[in-house]
Design a protein around this ligand. Structure first.
Ligand code: ADP
Ligand code: MG
Length: 693
């Protein structure tokens, strides 16, 4: 782009026609400071003016438009500051319609007698008069003028800035500056991807003549946004692969030695995942793989296999868990399995004394320990390894994209395996983890018991607790999960504290109850967990801290209160806590006063047992927000693409971006400079992209 055009596009908004100093200040609140900023302030929606009707053909409750001439404007006030502005318009056939605004006295000055307007709203008929309350207003040149658009843009606003003013501002920018914009895609790609050229797309997205045009303009920007994200992910991936990593070939001998330690036959899925991992780590570039598997699908053993393969080659391995409880649980698994092996390993947690901790760190630095298990925070912080060959992170999505590279040591990168029990909808996987390869465990190990799920209405709760008591008397254990730690004044949801008190005094008074939540100090948490594991407490009342990974085979009953407060994927994880031993599992969801929609969602949960299916459904019903908050994954938010609505385009953009990176790995070709610039600007920092040029 030439420098003069660039400079003009950076014109402060104040000097864009239709803006001025006062509006410029309001626009700044939306982050809009320049002419270019206005051009790329896209509508969040469009108002459809197309269904224009004469007054005598209006239908109650449908969104419709009426064109008419202003006949009378009146304002009344009723004291207490309440006011009403009423505008009577007459359509071409001579029928009247009254529009009213309450408490917006300024509306009175927006109309002149004799002016032609278009009102859009859902009309109602009172006595014989048609009325619209707070309609959208479009001013027209005269009674006959055809609309030059059937779609009015609706912009994100800030207080003090009207939709009408915003339209003027954007229109000013489009007229004065749009043509200065330089195309981001080279001509061949523009043609290949069938994209509307940039300048035209900017004009059309703000001022489409019809829906089809708007869709095509929008498609261009959505595609561009997704394409640039996928370029970034693809380049990050090739950068990571460019680092040397230790080749850890799993020979037949090593394989046999590892399998001798395992207490059971692996499932076909576990074997397949191991084969994929073995193929990756045999190479001299780092593995970057995500192991995805439903709760209880047996990911730990796969991780252990990979760690032992590293150790067999004289390398160290680190296993990081999101919580101390989970780290301890992994340690217990290792204790059993590594009993008769010479592997030197340790658990590094926040509860070690400084002296103990220093001793562990010294051993790791000296290469006197082969495997370390710990929480993410503890292991990552200043641990030096003598020869780190493999890093495994359990429950990756809790950590975010950024941290993935953090354990790299020196010039050699360790192999990397992340594990998650949160089934990730495909579209999200492609965006948040687009730089990883995936392995998936779809089946459960033999002996896994099915979990029967029930929705429990308020009037059936007594029966449910009777059922829980029966299981406890048989010697089984139970979880009770509530969404909140304490009673809240603002949120009407069940709390752990209240549930504990209620159950202790009433339904489960004859049993030993424990309590566990995220606000307890680590030592108390592990004490609570240990007591439950040992069977000292029979019922554990907790928040979702038990959501991930906890394994107590004797626990067979899960009660979730306030079920509608949880996502389906999360409920599914909770359900996965039970049915882990020889006895069948039961999950009761107390639905309280859940509304019809929530009930339907929960019914789907009760009916389906496949976590992946539920995750997709959750994604469709509730969007990505619940699964992965933006802060959690650390990527800048998408501005126009909608991962649900634009799934197909995402797939396309991903394929095309990968092809382009294969062809021009550093995007060095002059034609690709604008794409590269956009990519670096948006994702360079978030994805720690090197200067690929
Ligand atoms: P998750 O994938 O949820 O982390 P785990 O690795 O904790 O699952 O495994 C769940 C339970 O299944 C553990 O008790 C584990 O010992 C057991 N398990 C794993 N793989 C097998 C297998 N192939 N056969 C029998 N039991 C298995
Ligand atoms: Mg696990």
């Amino acid at each position: 782009m030439d420098a003069a055009a660039r400079e003009r596009l950076a014109t402060p908004v104040e000097f864009v026609r239709g803006v001025g100093a006062a509006r410029a200040e309001l626009l700044a609140k939306l982050g809009i400071r320049t002419a270019a900023g206005l051009l790329f302030h896209f509508p969040r929606d469009y108002q459809d003016l197309s269904d224009e009707r004469p007054v005598d053909q209006l239908v109650e409750g449908e969104l419709l438009s009426v064109r008419g001439v202003v006949h009378e404007v009146s304002a009344t006030s009723s004291g207490f500051g309440r006011s009403r502005v009423s505008v009577l318009v007459i359509d071409a056939a001579g029928h009247g319609l009254r529009a009213t605004w309450f408490n917006q006295p300024f509306m009175r000055d927006k109309f002149r007698k004799g002016q032609t307007v278009l009102f859009t709203a859902k009309p109602t008929q009172k006595r014989l008069m048609w009325e619209m309350s707070h309609p959208q207003v479009t001013y027209l040149a005269d009674e006959e003028a055809p609309l030059d658009t059937k779609l009015l843009p609706v912009y994100p606003l800030t207080e003090g800035l009207s939709q009408y003013a915003m339209r003027r501002c954007v229109q000013g920018a489009v007229e004065g500056f749009a043509e200065l914009l330089d195309e981001v895609f080279p001509a061949d790609l523009l043609a290949k991807f069938s994209l509307m050229p940039l300048v035209e797309a900017v004009r059309k997205i703000h001022h489409p003549a019809e829906r089809e045009e708007m869709e095509r303009a929008r498609r261009r920007f959505v595609f561009q946004e997704l394409f640039i994200l996928q370029l970034a992910l693809s380049i990050r991936r090739s950068e990571q692969r460019a680092l040397p990593a230790p080749p850890l070939e799993v020979t037949a001998k090593i394989d046999a030695r590892i399998r001798r330690l395992l207490p059971f036959e692996l499932t076909a899925g576990q074997n397949a995942a191991i084969a994929e991992i073995a193929a990756d780590i045999a190479l001299d570039r780092p593995m970057n793989r995500m192991l995805q598997g439903d709760v209880g699908s047996g990911k730990t053993i796969v991780a252990l296999y990979a760690m032992l393969a590293a150790v067999a080659h004289g390398y160290q391995a680190a296993l990081m868990a999101p919580t101390e409880i989970l780290a301890q649980q992994h340690a217990q698994t290792l204790t059993k399995i590594l009993e008769d092996s010479r592997v030197r390993w340790t658990l590094l947690t926040g509860s070690l004394t400084k002296a103990e901790r220093d001793a562990v760190l010294a051993k790791l630095a000296a290469g006197d320990l082969d495997v370390v298990i710990g929480t993410h925070a503890v292991v990552q912080e200043a641990v030096k390894f003598a020869k780190l060959g493999l890093v495994i992170v359990d429950e990756q999505h809790k950590f975010g994209v950024r941290q993935r590279a953090a354990l790299r040591q020196g010039e050699v990168a360790p192999h990397y395996l992340v594990m998650t029990a949160t089934p990730i909808p495909r579209t999200l996987g492609m965006t948040l983890f687009g730089d990883l390869d995936f392995s998936t465990l779809r089946e459960m190990p033999a002996g896994r018991q099915p979990v029967s799920t029930y929705l429990v209405d308020p009037d059936k709760e007594a029966r449910w607790w009777a059922f829980v008591r029966d299981r406890l008397r048989e010697g089984r254990q139970a979880y009770v999960v509530a969404p909140l730690v304490d009673e809240s004044e603002t949120v009407a949801a069940p709390s752990v504290a209240a549930a504990f008190e209620q159950l202790t005094n009433d339904e489960l008074a004859d049993f030993r109850l424990g309590i566990l939540h995220g606000r307890m100090p680590p030592a108390e948490k592990s004490a609570a967990m240990d007591a439950f594991r040992a069977g000292e407490t029979q019922v554990l009342v907790s928040t979702t801290v038990i959501e991930v990974g906890v394994d107590v085979p004797n626990a067979t009953v899960m009660t979730v209160s306030g079920g509608d407060r949880f996502g389906l994927a999360q409920l599914h994880q909770l359900r996965g806590r039970v049915g882990r031993g020889q006895n069948p599992g039961f999950c009761g969801v107390l639905i309280g006063e859940a509304d019809e929609k929530a009930r339907e969602r929960l019914q789907a949960f009760a009916d389906k047992s496949d976590g992946f299916e539920l995750a997709e459904l959750d994604f469709t019903l509730r969007g990505p927000g619940d699964l992965f908050g933006q802060q959690q994954h650390g990527l800048p938010p998408l501005r126009i693409a909608d991962l649900m609505r634009d799934r197909d385009l995402l797939e396309e953009a991903r394929r095309d971006a990968q092809l382009l990176v294969a062809e021009d790995p550093g995007l060095k070709h002059a034609d690709h400079a604008p794409l590269r610039e956009q990519m670096m600007k948006r994702y360079g920092e978030a994805l720690e992209l090197g200067d690929v040029g």
